[in-house]
Ligand binder design. Sequence first.
Ligand code: BV8
Length: 230
Amino acid sequence: MKIVVLTGAGISAESGIQTFRASDGLWENHRIEDVATPEGFMKNPNLVYQFYNERRRQLLSPGISPNPAHIALAELEKQGKHEVLVVTQNIDDLHERAGTQNIIHMHGELLLSRCEVSGITHEARQDVTEEDECPCCTPGARLRPHVVWFGEMPLEMERIYEALSDCDLFLSIGTSGNVYPAAGFVAEAKAYGARAVEINLEASMTATQFDEHIYGPAGTVLSEFLMTLP
Ligand code: BV8
């Protein structure tokens, strides 16, 4: 079977990474327009650098590691019985740390910076500030988070739509279905005849578009569901 898995912040919640829209979520103490838009970055770059530096420090801290949900997806791919593509809205590297290889970070990656002149990405595992210069230009240019902000085009959309048009199972895990175009993927996959399953803590904004729903913590319910696959 060809399986496309869309993941959101909920799959990393049990690893200790805050989600966005929960009561203690990231958007509780930051205005989206201030920290996740190009305009916000233009207006106050230091606030944006700090927002991502805090999240990067947390991601790289010793207590953060993949949880059973990330591991279950990596096992599914490794078994080799199905063709698995993980399309994640998350900018953490927990899928990779669990062993997933076939992955698209459609909203970018926290551990990469991008040169504002050349567009080349560079590893970012330390704090990044406005004073940092890219290693690819002379003179060095400013580095921005390699993250897709609101109003910016998500990455590898062609490859994602190609996979959605050709999958047997579309599995959505840990996303509230608020953000487009990711929230539109279920309709896309269904239009091509895929079976659509939602795994989440509670019904997402697009829940009615799914054939099946499994509600509970992904770290527990995902591996149970994957065992039912042929
Ligand atoms: C674009 C940055 C076009 C990285 C992010 C009006 C209508 C429709 C669309 C729009 C509109 N106005 C504007 C738009 C477009 C906009 C959008 O969708 N806005 C929404 C808010 C209305 N979208 C965009 O701007 C996108 N770009 O459209 O470009 C374009 C066209 C041409 C040319 C140029 C451009 C760009 C979207 C990307 C924005 N960047 N993040 C970062 O800082 O991380 S989005 C942000 O939200 C994150 O990436 C996150 O991944 C994403 C989605 O959130 P979720 O992952 O779903 O997280 P959330 O907290 O919401 O939910 C978590 C869920 O997990 C919950 O349901 C919870 O119950 C569950 N859960 C919790 N714990 C567990 C669990 N489930 C299981 N187990 C658990 N243990």
